[in-house]
Design a protein. Structure first.
Length: 301
């Protein structure tokens, strides 16, 4: 069985930076993280194992030092943290910060803010909590239910597939043909790069294994994209989730991973697939744009 890694997969710079920041602070001070730093249970467990507290509510914080996750938070919540006397460390992804600034600017310029994304996602909550009014859309039904507005300002949750974003923009323009619509592209190019590489590989393979947390939005999106072009796609969190029978009549299997998936988890999945195949990997293409596949954050966890 031929085993091939996607050309681009796994952790992005923003996630690695957030993990390194957490580890650096925790090496000197007791640290709490407000929310899950990344949507990956193994990473979260490793952080907890190093004494880092993870809590979802400000009133449950018990350490002076508090880290804001890569997903970002609203200015309102950030102000509460600062006014409460916490020492705040901000690991918000630069692209999320760009989206936050973009939607604030659109609102200040008189546009009705619209976010293309999942209403319950922590990033979207951070984008919208400071706004007096806004809408969040993800489906055609959401757009049909929007009220008429003269001016619409649109951004996207950074991990949304660009194809979906462009499709919903088209529907918005059709729904409001006389409205002024301004779109600021806030889709993460790294996420798009990984998605494109995964789909390209899935077209060529009999099966795909997508590695990442079950609660990771970008990993689920990766798996869904692969299912559009490949009949056998398996979303697993770790190597122990793999089953021999999945690959009984498979000649080639591809591997991809979400942007919060540790390098070690990808390696272990590949090793498990090698064992199932009963032979060494015939081809491995891992040309991630980030230069530190085995360094930094993942070498420290």
């Amino acid at each position: 069985m031929k085993i091939i890694r996607a050309h681009h997969l796994g952790m992005c710079f923003g996630v690695r930076n957030a993990i390194n920041t957490a580890l650096d602070i925790a090496s000197e001070h007791p640290l709490s993280i407000l929310g899950e730093l990344v949507h990956n249970p193994d990473v979260v467990a490793s952080l907890r194992g190093r004494g880092i507290r993870i809590t979802h509510e400000i009133n449950e914080l018990r350490t002076l030092d508090v880290l804001v996750t890569a997903h970002g938070i609203s200015r309102r919540r950030l102000n509460i943290l600062n006014e409460s006397g916490f020492r705040v460390w901000d690991a918000t992804c630069p692209l999320v910060r760009k989206a936050q600034q973009a939607i604030r600017d659109l609102a200040l310029d008189g546009y009705h803010p619209i976010v293309i994304g999942r209403r319950d996602h922590v990033e979207v909550r951070g984008l919208t909590e400071d706004l007096p009014e806004y809408d969040v859309v993800l489906t055609e039904s959401d757009i049909r239910n929007l009220a008429q507005r003269a001016r619409l300002g649109v951004v996207a949750q950074t991990t949304q597939p660009i194809e979906r974003v462009l499709h919903l923009l088209k529907l918005l323009r059709e729904r409001f043909p006389v409205s002024e619509l301004k779109f600021v592209d806030t889709v993460c190019p790294t996420t798009t790069l990984r998605r494109t590489a995964a789909v390209d590989l899935a077209r060529e393979c009999d099966a795909m294994v997508v590695v990442g947390g079950a609660n990771s939005n970008n990993t689920r999106e990766l798996a869904d994209a692969c299912r559009n072009v490949c009949g056998s796609v398996y979303h697993v969190e770790r190597a122990s989730d793999l089953r021999d029978e999945w690959f009984a009549d498979i000649a080639s299997v591809g591997i991809t991973a979400g942007t919060s998936t540790p390098d070690g988890a990808i390696d272990e999945v590949e090793e498990r697939l090698r064992a199932i195949a009963g032979e060494p990997v015939l081809e491995t293409d891992q040309l991630s744009p980030e230069p530190m596949e085995k360094e930094g954050a993942m070498a420290r966890l």
